[in-house]
Design a binder for this molecule. Structure first.
Ligand code: ADP
Length: 645
């Protein structure tokens, strides 16, 4: 309160002194005094008191004239009017001129003091309100400014983020930096990934020809310091010599999750002021956007490069390559595949895989057994006579990739080899029969000594072994040619039971537990009973042969939707990974401790495969070395409307 100033105006100095000395000064107010209107007006204008106690009748300028003059000057000082000649019209005019209170003389001291207090309290409130409004307005202006800056930043960041070409992007970033900070010289340095050198990549406003040269190494200590520390540097000082004008520099790091990738540096020559905190904030935000955009542009360039390489590989590959998503919709086909499936590469994308490769091939592929890594390998014949080895592999987050290799020439070689073996074996049969006959007759021609007898018996055993081989080869030849393959409806449970019964004795003598679990009501298959017995015998014979004593052999059979399956599992030696792709080949035998001492020609599984495939089925093995194997074959069910039986 003591800080408030009250101007006392009265042409009677005694009144002035009374108000000042007896009332206002003791209450702690500062007072100004005037005894005429002119003096009052001057003091009011110069000192701007908080309240005026104004006498109405005064020489030179009366109270109303003072108030009017103040109003003309735009001054609104609370005033209490005190007059000796009060009347209603005076009071009306006084209030019209904004007077707060009006007291006729003589006034009561308490009333005057209350009025003074009231007026000052009002004035105080008004002042606070004005100050508050001014503060709110200032904050509002600041906020508007911030919003405007952020809008600009947002606009810049949007345009920067959409750029994927690195050089264009860097140019845009330095332009934006000039715009945001108002600095004249902008340089952007990026760390080279290979050499770890900090090189100038974009520049604006730098006059020095040499300093403008892109790809030059940074020689600026501030920039190098920001790169090393990852901290902003704000400097305001002489350019280089004491006599040079001041220069303000603001250098911010370009940071990504992987660390600092570069520095964005803004300088203002002849700058009287250093960069402000707001400049610091704006440039840091811009640098963050820029760093993300630079990283994105780098990743995009990398992806583009990879895509280019991949496209070249795909285009150059002779293999047919088709990539499909999880829904088996084609994502891409390479030119070789497009040609083979008579498509335009662009037409294939988005179409169902079975549409593109044909539903028969599709069925074969997806019905094929999957290896441990999910890959399915099948052979696919084309209607034009070509044969393909198709490999369908799952690809994480994509779907699957189908790679098909033309193996027509291999099939042709295989056929030629089979023809050759067939004719050779045929030609070998007759001389072998003659040798066999002669050997049998030999003892009848005269007494043989012990050594002669042993030679003759050994020769006989070899001839018989060779005969067996020739029989097997001729047999495979016949199977491949479709001979001795009359088809009828076959009950697979009968086949299984027959073979299990036949080999039960052998299993027992080897100390093996042989069992069969066959589902009820197994569907009929269309096949050749004798050949299917041969399949079961070969598989079961192998299982017994390659399982050490004390092991288990289990035969199981059951129905799938449109196929019947049979499996032969053992707890035997298993098959090493490198051999799995070959065990169905002719003459292939695994050489190893597990198979050592077992006689065989490597034709058993080749025969199984030929027979099963002649029945329209498939055979494969699941095995783990040292733990056992499961051979499984499937045959199509006999169609329900088939009249055979
Ligand atoms: P082989 O007359 O040699 O048995 P197969 O064609 O029947 O000829 O089998 C080829 C090879 O596959 C065998 O030499 C053997 O190494 C392996 N094999 C076949 N069945 C089994 C099995 N159940 N357990 C382990 N290895 C097996």
């Amino acid at each position: 309160m003591a800080e408030e100033t009250i101007l006392i105006v009265d042409d009677d100095i005694r009144n002035v002194e009374f108000l000042r000395d007896s009332l206002l000064a003791p209450s702690g107010y500062t007072t100004l005094c005037a005894t005429n209107g002119q003096e009052a007006l001057r003091l009011a204008l110069t000192e701007q008191p908080d309240l005026i106690l104004l006498d109405l009748q005064m020489p030179k300028l009366d109270g109303f004239e003072v108030l009017e003059a103040l109003a003309r000057e735009g001054m609104e000082i609370p005033t209490i009017l005190i007059t000796a000649h009060g009347s209603e019209s005076v009071a009306v005019q006084a209030f019209r001129l904004g007077v707060r209170d009006y007291f006729p003389k003589p006034f009561k001291v308490t009333e005057i003091m209350q009025a003074v207090e009231r007026s000052l309290a009002e004035a105080r409130l008004r002042k606070e309100k004005q100050q508050l409004t001014a503060r709110v307005e200032a904050v509002n202006r600041q906020l508007e400014q911030r919003v405007k800056e952020l809008e600009i930043l947002y606009g810049i960041s949007k345009s920067v983020a959409s750029l994927l070409d690195l050089d264009t992007l860097l140019t845009r970033v330095v332009e934006a930096t000039t715009y945001v900070t108002g600095a004249e010289e902008i340089s952007l340095f990026l760390l080279e990934a290979d050499t770890q050198e900090l090189l100038l990549r974009a520049v604006q406003g730098v006059g020095d020809q040499q300093a403008r040269q892109l790809k030059r190494k940074s020689d600026n200590a501030v920039v190098r310091q920001v790169m090393a520390t990852g901290q902003v540097a704000m400097i305001h000082g002489p350019r280089s010599h004491k006599t040079d004008p001041l220069q303000a520099t603001l250098a911010v790091p370009l940071k990504t999750r992987g660390g600092t990738i570069g520095v964005l540096c803004a300088s203002s020559k002849a700058a009287m002021q250093p960069f402000s905190d707001n400049d610091h904030f704006l440039l840091s935000v811009l640098a963050d956007f820029a760093a993300v955009a630079i990283e994105n542009a780098g990743l995009f360039a990398e992806v583009e490069e990879q895509r280019g390489k991949l496209e070249t590989i795909l285009a150059g590959s002779q293999d047919l390559i088709v990539v499909a998503d999880d829904e088996a919709e084609v994502l891409l086909v390479n030119p070789a595949a497009a040609e083979a499936f008579c498509l335009e590469p662009q037409q294939a994308a988005g179409r169902p895989l079975h549409d593109v490769i044909g539903s028969e091939a599709f069925d074969r592929l997806f019905r094929g057994p999957a290896a441990g890594n999910g890959t399915r390998n099948v052979e696919l014949p084309f209607t034009d006579g070509r044969a393909f080895h198709a490999s369908l592999s799952p690809v994480a987050d994509v779907g699957c990739v189908l790679i098909m290799r033309d193996i027509t020439h291999l099939r042709e070689l295989d056929r030629m080899k089979s023809d050759f073996v067939a004719s050779i074996t045929h030609d070998l049969r007759s001389p072998l029969t003659a040798v066999h006959g002669s050997l049998r007759l030999l003892p009848q021609l005269g007494q043989l000594n012990e050594e002669q007898l042993e030679f003759a018996e050994r020769a006989m055993r070899n001839v018989e072994q060779m005969d067996k081989l020739i029989s097997s080869l001729l047999d495979i030849g016949r199977i491949e040619a479709g001979l001795e393959m009359e088809m009828a409806s076959v009950r697979l449970e009968e086949v299984v039971e027959e073979v299990v019964a036949n080999l039960q004795g052998e299993a027992k003598s080897k100390g093996l537990d042989l069992d069969a679990v066959i589902a009820d009501d197994l569907s009929l298959v269309r096949g050749n009973h004798t050949r299917l017995v041969q399949v079961m015998s070969n598989l079961l014979d192998n299982a017994i042969r390659y399982t050490p004593p004390g092991g288990k052999v289990l035969v199981r059979a059951g129905d799938d939707s449109d196929e019947v399956w049979v499996s032969v599992s053992d707890t035997g030696v298993g098959i090493p990974a490198h051999a799995r792709d070959h065990i169905f080949d002719k003459f292939y035998r695994v050489e190893g401790p597990g198979t050592l001492g077992s006689e065989g020609m490597g034709l058993g599984l080749a025969t199984v495969k030929s027979i099963v495939e002649k029945h329209g089925g498939r055979v494969w093995v699941e095995t783990k070395e040292g733990e056992g194997s499961t051979f499984r074959f499937v045959l199509p069910k006999m169609p329900a409307d088939s009249s055979e039986g």
